[in-house]
Design a protein around this ligand. Structure first.
Ligand SMILES: Cc1cc2nc3c(=O)[nH]c(=O)nc-3n(C[C@H](O)[C@H](O)[C@H](O)COP(=O)(O)O)c2cc1C
Length: 221
């Protein structure tokens, strides 16, 4: 039993199978302790070199939710859900001061001094070498974190909807990021209690887009 939700969390396979994109939510709030648990499970996600280059904005203010919905072609799930997570990505995070991350890895015994010294040079070098792909790499990390959120929420009795339908400049206005031209918006995820059944639109047969060893050699299961 989860002490926060008083529900038995679903195991990972069950959460994956049960999850659906939910477009209408009840107005019920998410308890602050549960929200905190969701945030902690979200940032438990892995990231390239552990640079944690996501920037997560938890939008719960009613006026902000209205503005965010307007930035997302008036999609109502943002207004209905008590909280929407905006997953942004900071392409230059790997070139910034990562001292707290190194200190923690050292204290946990996960990395030794030699590894840390190596990373202090190689991470910024790698990131700069990515050039135009820095944005893409940061977005990958943010999407992995968003996937952690979605599955954690499902496990803990909540529902979600990944959302790509928004105008980046308008979302950045809502979250107060217009002065950061590099910050990329990766995805929006409203989170709340479902007000509709979880209907599965289904998937292609495995042989359609899963292959063995090379593209075209369909996986038959
Ligand atoms: C990256 C991404 C962006 C999406 N954007 C939207 C969106 O803006 N609005 C929406 O209603 N659904 C959106 N969806 C939901 C998809 O339509 C949905 O995942 C798909 O139809 C499969 O349904 P399921 O999630 O219930 O399995 C998005 C899904 C993903 C993964």
């Amino acid at each position: 039993m989860n002490p926060i939700t008083q529900v038995k969390p679903l195991d990972v396979p069950s959460a994956i199978v049960q999850r659906r994109s939910i477009k209408s939510f009840k107005g019920d709030p998410i308890a602050p302790e549960l929200l905190k648990q969701l945030v902690e499970l979200t940032v438990a996600a892995p990231s390239s070199f552990n640079i944690q280059d996501w920037r997560i904005i938890i939008v719960q203010d009613e006026a902000k939710k209205q503005a965010l919905s307007a930035a997302a072609w008036n999609q109502q799930q943002i207004i209905q859900a008590p909280v929407t997570f905006v997953f942004a990505a900071a392409p230059h995070a790997g070139e910034q001061d990562l001292t707290p991350m190194y200190e923690q890895a050292l204290a946990n015994g996960a990395w030794n001094e030699k590894v840390v010294e190596y990373f202090k040079t190689s991470i910024p070098q790698f990131q700069v070498g990515l050039g135009d792909k820095r944005r893409e790499y940061a977005v990958k990390d943010a999407m992995i974190a968003a996937t952690h959120l979605v599955l954690a929420a499902e496990s803990l009795g909540l529902s979600t909807n990944f959302m790509n339908g928004w105008a980046e400049d308008k979302v950045k206005e809502v979250i107060g990021a217009t002065d950061d031209p590099d910050l990329a918006i990766a995805v929006l995820v409203p989170v709340g209690y479902a007000a509709e059944p979880r209907l599965n639109p289904g998937r292609f047969p495995l042989s359609y887009n899963v292959f063995v060893d090379q593209v075209g050699n369909s996986y038959q299961g």
